[in-house]
Design a protein around this ligand. Structure first.
Ligand code: TPP
Ligand code: MG
Length: 612
């Protein structure tokens, strides 16, 4: 079949399917793109000719920023449990390098996305092209090489003949639960437009079976032995529980063996929030319940967790515990010198469940009491009369019902982790692998594309909003309805507090004009973010107290249009951090508050373990 490389690529992608548990779905749901000279004549032409969005052809979505396109693809893929994602097409040069942050986010979160940046001519015929890097040491380097370390698979298609093998490798990595992440196929602009005679088989419908690896018998026996020796076990549930869809198995295992469950950001909602085994969030942004149990546990059973510093309180949290790690990725399973059970979370929990063992009943009982105490702490915090940030979350939590909350950076992820009560596991979507400002709206778009039946509530701080608000225009264009709660506290509340705690005097964390003394301490910036949101095509509602917020959220929920609810919360909040986080403080300074902060730092650091 004689087609251009780009025509062959789009035809191939439209024929790829994933399958798990007997359910098939399109592996590549569509293409997000921004055209420039590096992709318009290749991929752009191919999409136009195949009739984007009609029949079996890949639908095409025009986005506003290439980084945001990857966020949208990630929001989509995460919601679809990594079984379906988007391709992102870009021009060469800046369009391509705008992908880098999104690619890092996808790879760190272990979420599949397919990136198709344009690249400079393979023939080099026209000499230096617009936006070419020109490395004097080698003509073989382009800006796209910056995508290599953040991609799980990277290839450059310098000849049409190279395409078939590269496509098969790319699909394999996208659908491999252990290896998945950003996959990049760099497409030189001349090769995109070049014709070739392709074998018909390349375009046949192809199903990629997503495996559920089962535990190795010897490792399973060792794991059961560890369980039988434990009196005070604690499960740490991570994103792997979500991707495996292991909620029921996790709940059953916790109940059958009396094991409390702490949740990471990616694993939040693993158990119903009011379940007696649900100790809630764990780590630096965790609850007193989960963190107290973590300090006393003798065995931590990690299920699908990467053990980041937020989870382990920078390796100060798990006082005496040994680790047993269930993970589909051997790299993560081996962390903290744990015993490893390399397997799909659902399969592993099923296989472990027949172990004849229960935690010490006193431990299970104590966990339930701690969890209940934390639940009443949430109730107390949510009931405040003033519109603080936690009270705002309480109102939203109530109005959101079956909806999804989306967030990523700033002071809200911590409050959400500690306080939010998801009624089911799909209701909590906080991107905290990369905690990338700007993910919120673009990612929320992907969540809504993946789950149109759900109401999507995007929480976005003013800092994140100013970094990446432009996808509101895309939501309006596609009639994709979002409720965006824009939380304006005039700057970086989170980093402001952190700055003060490390002796950096809140420098550059409030949005103020340059003052008469030459510092950034002048008047508040006269920036009107509500007006900005309206200018992008959203309906805007303002709320200034708990009751007006409730009314605005209900109205936004009932509306068919993307609606921004603008809130300026009053300072103050709920319970703060219940565990440490390692952010090094200056070891020498002329400022007394820095020396005091360093003393506190050195003291906290004494609890840091190596986990050997
Ligand atoms: C792209 C990016 N740049 C910088 C940071 C570091 N950072 C984390 S939170 C934050 C401030 C966020 O401000 P805002 O969205 O207003 O949330 P707030 O802290 O006020 O709740 C910054 C700068 C980041 N996470 N992502
Ligand atoms: Mg802010």
């Amino acid at each position: 079949m004689r087609l251009t490389t780009a025509q062959a690529l789009t035809r191939f992608l439209a024929a790829q399917w994933s399958e798990r548990d007997g359910v098939e779905q399109r592996l590549i749901a569509g293409v997000l793109g921004i055209f420039g000279h590096g992709n318009v004549a290749g991929v752009g032409q191919a999409l136009a000719e195949q009739g984007a969005g009609t029949g079996d052809a890949l639908p095409y979505y025009l986005a506003r920023n290439e980084q945001a396109m990857v966020h949208t693809a990630v929001g989509y893929a995460r919601t679809r449990a990594r079984l379906s994602t988007f391709a992102c097409t870009t021009s060469i040069g800046p369009g391509a390098t705008n992908l880098v942050t999104g690619a890092a986010l996808a790879t760190i979160n272990r979420v599949p996305v397919l990136l198709l940046p344009g690249d400079v001519f393979a023939t080099r015929a026209p000499g230096t092209v617009l936006q070419e890097l020109e490395d004097p040491r080698s003509y073989d380097v382009s800006v796209n090489d910056s995508l290599r370390p953040v991609s799980r698979f990277f290839d450059r298609i310098n000849r049409p003949e190279q395409l078939p093998a590269a496509l098969l490798a790319a699909m394999r990595v996208l659908t491999d639960p252990a290896e998945t992440g950003a996959v990049t196929l760099a497409l030189p602009q001349d090769v995109q437009a070049e014709a070739y005679d392709w074998p018909e088989e390349l375009f046949a419908r192809r199903v990629w079976h997503v495996p559920r690896p089962v535990p190795e018998p010897a490792a399973l026996a060792r794991a059961k032995e560890l369980l039988r020796g434990s009196r005070r076990p604690l499960i740490v549930a991570g994103g792997g529980v979500r991707y495996s869809g292991a909620w029921a198995e996790l709940t059953r295992f916790a109940e059958n063996h009396g094991v409390p469950v702490g949740e990471t950001q990616a694993g939040k909602g693993a158990l119903p929030h009011d379940h007696p085994c649900a100790a809630g969030a764990i780590g630096h942004t965790g609850t007193d319940a989960a963190n107290t149990l973590a300090r006393e546990a003798d065995l931590v059973i990690g299920v699908g967790t990467r053990y980041t510093d937020f989870t382990t309180a920078s390796r100060t949290l798990f006082g005496q515990a040994a680790f047993l790690n269930v993970n589909v990725t051997a790299f993560d399973a081996a962390k903290n010198a744990g015993a490893t059970l390399v397997a799909d979370a659902r399969e592993a929990l099923r296989a472990l469940d027949d172990v004849d063992w229960r935690a010490d009943p006193e431990w299970t009982h104590r966990a339930a009491a701690l969890a209940a105490a934390w639940q009443s702490e949430i109730g107390h915090t949510y009931a405040g009369a003033e519109l603080t940030q936690p009270v705002m979350l309480g109102v939203l939590n109530e109005v959101a019902e079956g909806g999804v909350v989306v967030n990523a950076a700033g002071s809200m992820p911590g409050d959400l982790h500690r306080l939010w009560r998801p009624a089911d596991p799909e209701q909590y979507h906080v991107e905290y692998g990369y905690s990338c400002m700007g993910y919120e709206i673009a990612g929320g778009l992907g969540v809504k594309l993946a789950a149109p039946e759900r109401e999507v509530f995007v929480l976005v701080g003013d800092g994140s909003y100013l970094m990446m608000a432009q996808e509101i225009a895309t939501a309006v264009q596609e009639r994709i309805k979002l409720v965006i709660v824009l939380v304006d506290n005039r700057g970086f509340a989170s980093i402001g507090n952190l700055s003060e705690s490390v002796g950096a005097r809140r420098l550059g964390t409030a949005y103020r004009t340059r003052g008469p003394g030459g510092e950034l301490d002048g008047d508040p910036l006269p920036v009107d973010l509500a007006a900005n949101a309206a200018s992008l095509g959203a309906d805007v509602l303002r709320a200034d107290g708990p009751e007006s917020l409730r009314a605005a959220l209900v109205k936004a929920r009932e509306s068919a249009r993307t609606t921004v609810v603008y809130v300026e919360p009053v300072p103050g909040g709920g319970p703060g951090a219940q565990a440490w986080w390692d952010v090094p403080v200056a070891q020498v300074s002329g400022l007394p508050e820095v020396r005091a902060a360093r003393e506190r730092y050195d003291e906290a650091k004494r609890d840091q373990r190596l986990y050997l």
